[in-house]
Design a protein around this ligand. Structure first.
Ligand SMILES: Nc1ncnc2c1ncn2[C@@H]1O[C@H](COP(=O)(O)OP(=O)(O)O)[C@@H](O)[C@H]1O
Ligand SMILES: [Mg+2]
Length: 454
């Protein structure tokens, strides 16, 4: 655990404060202490005690002097240690590295000054303005704020992500911009891609799902998700991995698959237990959505219809979570006639607005985020949002409803940005759980279905 002191904001001082004054103070302290000890030693009256039995007198002055010398030595040792602790504080490595960055990037302004020394005009440069940087440390993050004071650093402040990453040697997790400052949040421990096998936490009653080493969430708290990404960005691998997770939950999730392009997901119709749960044509799709809405309404009348259900959710009744996975959502909306599109959209809207308590959720996958295809009122209810693959800022802004976030170019297959309600205040970079190329989804899903059926 970090102490309170460490979690407070610190200012980066540039140029680094010269420690001359401190050295001088240390010298003065040692001198005064030595003089004081000498005086004390001299001022003590002779301590001579006559011991009656042996008729001799014993002097204790040597003993007192020894104590004074020990006191003197310990004080000096402590003050020198304190001095070195202040000068080379190991915890201020952040301040040191940031000061070094200010220096190398010349994030300060100098002006020429003329002064007269010994009847000669001396020109010298003095620092008149320095970028203002603050930082704060928590157990998992280092947070750096560049203050925006209206000088030339105000613009610079929002463009320092890469330089800060290099200066601190830490991975940038998220950024945030206000009128007053630009904030950069760094991970102290690098986030790691995990293997699909380690994504479900097999603890009783837990519906926790791990996405990466640092990111995990409880399914019931983050209902409804939106996954966006172009072809080849890793959407199918991500969702197939999630399906494997969902089937490992207790009670096992009840899944319904919508795949209007008859692609990867539609193959699940050959798996026992999925026969009536995979839809590929428009009528089937509307039927599956309608049936799911009906199931949700039934749950409300059966379980949530009187006062005893107050504050309860589907988990209190041990009901399985129902998840509709809707692939190629925007392609579907464009390929069907308006009436069917409206019908489907109405069902989706109902599920999104009312599904949470009853344990009915929807996952929408699409290639391009477009405000027309997925209305804001639906998007706003998505607690889990991910954008995979390379994307322009318009795309990101549409998914995450945030602006002023610095995104790096995604090159890794399955890499992208994610934002979870209640976890992230702005999108963070992540990589989907890694899946070996020999992994046989259909076989794995078949196995899980049979295991649970018995
Ligand atoms: N999590 C992952 N682990 C391993 N390989 C991946 C992962 N995600 C994507 N890939 C690779 O990228 C390719 C395209 O991914 P895919 O999920 O089919 O993209 P999309 O469905 O978005 O078109 C896959 O065939 C696979 O080789
Ligand atoms: Mg795909």
């Amino acid at each position: 655990m970090l102490s309170r002191r460490q979690s407070e904001w610190h200012h980066v001082v540039f140029p680094r404060r010269k420690m001359n004054l401190l050295k001088y103070l240390l010298g003065v302290f040692i001198f005064v202490l030595t003089a004081f000890c000498g005086m004390v030693s001299n001022a003590i009256p002779p301590l001579i005690i006559n011991i009656p039995v042996v008729y001799r007198s014993v002097s204790f002055n040597g003993f007192v002097n020894l104590i004074i010398i020990i006191f003197w030595a310990i004080s000096i040792y402590k003050s020198i240690r304190l001095y070195f602790n202040i000068v080379k504080n190991p915890k201020s490595w952040i301040a040191n590295n940031l000061a070094y960055m200010i220096d190398t990037l010349k994030l300060y302004d100098e002006e020429n000054f003329e002064s007269i020394k010994n009847d000669k005009v001396v020109r010298e440069k003095r620092i008149v303005r320095v970028i203002r940087i603050q930082y704060r440390e928590t157990s998992k993050h280092v947070v750096v704020r560049i203050l925006r004071d209206g000088d030339r650093f105000t613009k610079e402040a929002t463009k320092l992500g890469e330089n800060l990453e290099a200066a601190l040697g830490l991975e940038l997790d998220s950024t945030n911009k206000t009128v007053d400052y630009a904030e950069y949040v760094f991970l102290k421990h690098k986030d790691e891609r995990i293997d699909l096998n380690s994504t479900v936490t097999n603890v009783n009653d837990s519906d926790e799902i791990k996405i990466t080493g640092n990111i995990s969430y409880e399914l019931h708290k983050v209902p409804h998700s939106l996954i966006v990404g172009g072809t080849g960005s890793g959407k199918s691998f991500f969702i197939l991995g999630k399906i494997v997770n969902y089937l490992k939950l207790t009670p096992q999730a009840d899944l319904r698959i919508i795949d209007p392009k008859k692609a990867d997901l539609s193959l699940l119709r050959f798996v026992t237990g999925f026969e009536n749960k995979v839809a590929t044509d428009a009528n089937q799709i509307c039927r599956i959505l309608r049936e799911t809405v009906e199931l949700m309404e039934r749950r409300y009348t059966e379980y949530f219809n009187d006062i005893s259900a107050f504050g309860k959710t589907y988990r209190d009744f041990n009901l399985p979570i129902v998840i509709v996975i809707f692939d190629e959502f925007s392609a579907f909306m464009h390929s069907v006639d308006k009436k069917i599109a409206k019908e489907a959209l109405d069902y989706v809207f109902t599920l999104v607005m009312k599904g949470r308590q009853a344990g009915v959720m929807i996952e929408i996958l699409m290639q391009r985020p477009s405000a027309d295809d997925l209305p804001t009122n639906i998007r706003a209810q998505m607690g889990f949002k991910a954008g995979l693959g390379a994307m322009d800022s318009i795309g990101y802004n549409m998914i995450f409803d945030t602006k002023n976030v610095e995104y790096k170019t995604v090159t890794e297959k399955g890499g992208g940005y994610i934002q979870l309600d209640g976890k992230h205040t702005s999108p963070v970079y992540f990589e989907t759980p890694y899946i070996d190329k020999d992994f046989d989804f259909i076989a794995e899903i078949e196995k899980l279905m049979i295991q649970r059926a018995n």
